[in-house]
Design a protein. Structure first.
Lengths: 217, 118
């Protein structure tokens, strides 16, 4: 255990040094994303969130492991498809599968050693808590035309009758597997894996291009 | 495009799924007792019915869970889907006339040489 503690302390120290060095997966497209927001006059505003906390959780809801995780999180695990529990602007938990969840905190940046409390809570119990903050990029899409942009490449039904505010599903956007969370009336978060972020941002910008021009009737 | 009802996520488009071949092919109870022919039949021999067929699917882009489905190989119609570990539901073939007469393997018997169900 002493060795583990030392490693964490070292990574925390190097984390502070690296704070100004790390880049989000789509950081090189920041200007293009901002431009689409301006050119579409807010119809489709795209930005990437900087290093939100993402923790992968595995436990069966109702089990001792789930209770232990819920105790640390302070948020109950969702129990069914599409559900999100907690505060969509702070710490919330997204249902991915009957025994797999993604805890996301968009209100603060990830720091090294994230999720250790959850790991400790699972001591001796079946289950898993892993810091997956670098696994996925988090894109924030806002605006009245965002649903139309997403519907160009998403096979899931995004109509409000089946995809209301506070729903999140794992699906595909174009060819890219993503988690899609509708956190506000016209606000969506898209979670592509980091290596797909460049492609997906360019795909979204291309799909949003038509809303940057006056409608031709 | 087919709409496949995932037991966990509900109906989703076929593009999100991955096909896994025939369901309920049990691992041989005593693999060491099989001769080459028996092992080859376990590995490679599968039913090919015209009509209801129990097959495995995975919701690859969604919950990533494997499940079983009863699908009509003639009409592509999904009769039902059920979780892994659940027994094959007793569903009547919606198009019994579609199956040709003649020597065909019954679709609900596992093709593996030594019994047991998965």
């Amino acid at each position: 255990m002493a060795e583990n503690t030392m490693t964490i302390d070292q990574s925390q120290a190097s984390g502070q040094v690296a704070a100004g060095l790390r880049r989000t997966p789509a950081a090189h497209l920041t200007a293009e994303m901002a431009q689409v927001g301006e050119r579409s006059q807010g119809a489709v505003a795209v930005r990437e969130l900087a290093f939100p906390v993402q923790l992968g959780l595995r436990a069966r809801p109702g089990s001792a492991s789930a209770t232990a995780l819920e105790g640390v999180l302070g948020v109950p695990l969702p129990t069914g498809h599409g559900q999100v529990t907690g505060d969509p602007d702070g710490l919330h938990v997204v249902w991915l599968s009957p025994d797999e969840f993604l805890a996301v905190d968009v209100s603060r940046e990830q720091v090294p050693g994230e999720g250790r409390e959850l790991e400790d809570a699972l001591e001796g119990l079946p289950g898993q808590a892993v810091d997956l903050s670098a696994n996925r990029s988090v894109l924030d899409l806002r605006g009245p035309r965002v649903r139309e942009v997403l519907e160009k490449g998403c096979h899931a039904d995004l109509h409000p009758r089946s995809f209301g505010v506070g729903t999140a599903i794992a699906t595909q956007l174009g060819p890219v597997p993503v988690v899609l969370h509708r956190y506000a009336d016209s606000g969506y978060r898209v979670y592509p894996r980091a290596s797909f972020a460049d492609y997906l941002v360019r795909w979204v910008l291309d799909a949003a291009e038509e809303f940057c021009h006056e409608e031709v009737l | 495009m087919l709409s496949i009802p995932c037991p966990e996520c509900g109906p989703r488009d076929e593009i999100e799924f991955h096909y896994g071949g025939q369901a309920h092919v049990a691992y041989p109870a005593d693999p060491h007792s099989l001769d080459d022919r028996g092992w080859a039949e376990y590995l490679f021999y599968r039913d090919n019915p015209k009509g209801l067929f129990a097959e495995r699917w995975q919701h690859a882009a969604g919950c990533r869970k494997w499940f079983n489905a009863l699908r009509d190989t003639h009409t592509y119609e999904f009769s039902t889907t059920y979780r892994v570990g659940e027994p094959r539901p007793d569903v009547a073939d919606p198009h019994p006339g579609a199956a040709p007469a003649g020597p065909s393997t019954p679709s609900n018997t596992p093709s593996s040489p030594a019994g047991g169900t998965l």
